[in-house]
Design a protein around this ligand. Sequence first.
Ligand SMILES: [Zn+2]
Length: 1100
Amino acid sequence: MNPMHSHGHPQGPAAIATPKLIRSITMDRCSNFTSGGANGNDVNLLSQLYKARTNSEEYISLLVHSVPDLKRIPFQEAIQQEFRPTRLGEWFGPSWSTHWFHVQLRIPNEFAGEEVHFIWNADNEAILWSMDGAPLQGLTGGAGSDARHDYLLTSRAQGGEVTQFYIEMACNGMFGAGNGLIGPPDPNRFFNLNELDLAVPNKLAWDLLYDYQIILGMAKDLHAESTRAAQALYTANKIINAFRPGDDSTLPLCLAIAADFLKAKNGDAQHEIHALGHCHIDTAWLWPFEETIRKAARSWSSQIGLMDRYPDYKFICSQAQQYEWVRDNYPALWDRIREKNAMGQFLPTGGTWIEMDTNMPNGESLCRQFLLGQRFFEEHFGKRCKVFWLPDSFGYTSQLPQLMRLAGMKYFFTQKLSWNNVNKFPLTTFWWIGLDGSKALIHMAPSETYNAQCTPEELIRTVKNHRDKEYSNTSLLVYGNGDGGGGPLSSMIERLKRMRDVDGLPRVEMSTPTDFYEKIERESPELTTWKGELYFELHRGIYTTHALCKKLNRSCEFLLRDVEMLATFAHIMDPAQFTYPKAEFDVFWKMICLIQFHDVISGSSIEMVYEDCLQMYAKVDSMGKQMREDLLERLMGLDPAATPPTSKKALSIFNTLAWSRTEVIEVPLDEDLPTMKQYSAFGRTGYTLVSNVPPLSVQGCSLEEDLKYEPVKVVTDQKNNIVMENQYIQVTFDKSGHLIGLHDKEERRELIKPDERGNVFRMYEDIPLFWDAWDVEIYHLEKGRVVEEGSVQILEQGPLRAALLVEKRISATSRLRQIVIMTAVSRRIDFETEVDWNENRQFLKVEFAWDIMADTVNYETQYGVVKRPTHYNTSWDSAKFEVVAHKFADLSEYGYGVALLNDCKYGYAAHDNIVRLSLIRSPKAPDSNCDIGHHVFKYAIYPHRGHFLQSDVVREGFNFNVPLLTRVVPRAKLDSLSTGIPRFHIEDAPNVVLDTIKKAEDSNQIIIRLYEAYGGHAKARLVSSLHIKAVHRCNILEDDIELVSSSSKSTQLDRTFSTNLRVLDDDVVELQQQAQQRQQAQGVQLSLTPFQILTLKVAF
Ligand SMILES: [Zn+2]
């Protein structure tokens, strides 16, 4: 019987009396044997999977409660409602509605002794609940590979017993309710309950099916000329010949033929695959956040069931937010998760709050993703994650290796770069070297999916695509249905078990991510490296799509920066009276971090998701601003009740940045304020100059000081161009609003070449190949037009501020209006812009051409800058035709540069001497209304002497985004405003930015986060008005790493030193005080390496 051991037959090989197998015909025959749609499917193996099956109402009775108003209600509330009878074949809807079913079953007597399954399919998602409210298993409808129709009722029925449970049906598919994969949701979809059965599986037939799938897969997907492919096809064919439908006695024979093939083992050097059960649940995407909560329950309860059935089955899942949702909404399931975690089966991974986009969140947001995530996992599961897990995010910032290290992780998993549509990423297992030189061990699953199905084809593909086989003979296979949730099916586990060690396939074992990475680290003596960002060559439109979400992300990030800092100051000043609002901050950060999910902040979700985001942002924004007001009042010792209403008024200016600032600011027109130097064009505000507002502190401004400055001027020249000029620069705008001249007066240098221009608006046709909201494709650059027409008028003529009004019709349906601002004291020109936008797949950008020669542009990233090319030399260079940046992109040559700043945009492009800022897109899927409407944003140009590396562009990026905070205060208060406000600033290192000040998570100490922003070493001093007792360097999880500085014993004020010798005692105290003052003035010495993120824990 055995084709491989036929030499054992004493009579020698038998002569076959049938024609030799023809591969193509045999292959088709073998495929039909397990295909639902094939000819003969009523008598093939699939037709034999159930021994008995009934949908009779004699055994199954069904009641339903349809929840009104698309509400999602908890179990306890649902079961109190009135239920009506319903049955197989009924329709349920509309989209997003919920229907609760009370299911009552009586198992037929003839099923006695058998395993019995309940089968349910309504082409949508559902979860099965026990009568006492424990979620038991998810059910996924439809006919796709993610279908999960079966629920195991009993492994041995008595016959006649009655069972009841509830089913909560959600009227959406695994991928929402749209048409096609990414079409906007159809609000009116209805779902048919088309399968409702009690069934007895034919276990031998199922066993044969799994065996057969592996054998057929090997026949198909191994190299056709290979021995094992030939043997597999021969074996599959032979099984068909042995099989007789309706005669179960042939099944053991078929299984024996299969076993004979599968038992052949591999050689020692075979590739080794670690298989991880996983379920990627997009935290929102084609469905709203609320549905994700239920997706997590459905997916995870199913996995718990599989863990019960397969004790060696392991499942990993990321995103602390989803765990928190399950903890809060499904306590019974939460208990089971913790139980399975203790048994080593249900394993949290990733160490972050959600699987975030890593390009657009600012540095502090990324820190909080790790802080919230790792703390959650540590609190609830007793340990932190070791593997940072981002299979699906759209590109990876060069600061991740440093940040993960600082979050206690050195291993990283993704596979998304396999979607690159220009260059194939050349590495699989390698050291990723970050911007600052930190190293992280990366493996990118060579199967190029995180939703593997456990097929021979995937194992073969894994080996084929592994690009570092010389260095490492092992891979990850991440299996289980995902994106919409689901997770592994029992069929996947069954196939895995069978493929463990089969000659011709790589060896495969169920493993954990940590075991996998530790093994690589242990056993691979050498690995290659990749330096810098992992740029994703696809989905380049996401830096621009859903502009409002991005704008609110930016403003809320800075608002939280302000409030945490001010609250920390309040805490330092009065720890007894002031309660640091940590709980509120946690809520805010969880919302900001949630929206930074990779399909949300990227703009690639459905419209409903952005309605939810808007509500969360509104909460952070309004509560945060109120807190900021209250904190300022508290810090400055203002008591509105104590001020006589008629007293003279003045202004307080609070600077939340860590350097002093001189700016022209806008001031409200309050009757009690002295006269303004200049009134605004619209007459409702005035302008004043404030000079040297100290870092992280307040300055009073009586509005009567006579500060010296050279006024800004604006004139119209003979050619009808408008020329604005201050002490530093002169700029010229043509009559349609283009910048045609920028002259640096100090350098005596013109920055715009003849016949070139800036502030040019360009509209591109923007029709990507498929992923509408995600992609802008390379060919959009070939099809753009300049918006030539426009008008300019002078709005303000100085002395402090000059302003022009530019108006443009962008198209028949969209228009733009902007105010161009130059002040007397800055080289920066601001463009405050409003657009009414109504377009279909158009992309608006603004561009500036400078007379500057540079091969690279400096783009701001988290805690640093990355360089990307200004040319299309290679396919790798041209693939970066649209890139991400934070507050600026800077084009510099020796001696001079110009930065293009923004207050809420993330997409940039550069070619030759032109830098473009991406403004607005108009994709139609999955949100058909995306970005239609009114937009408000600003950008600025900042010409500077010296190369970027010698410039203060980083500070200017902050200045542009973080306005000085002003308040009207009683004049009498001016001198005492800053009394007691703790002061911090950095000296000796203009390349070091003091970014965050917050209270430590677990103590009354203070966290100060700084970074080196330009890519050089720094010796900085942290100077404070407070006496610093000790400074520890810590990681972003706030674990102490080392003591940086502590005040020595002698500088401690200690009156207990001597109680008898009062004179001596006073002397000693005085000496001690002097020493302390010296130390305070000197500050704490800090050394930073290029692009280092330095977190300090400071005790006072
Ligand atoms: Zn995803």
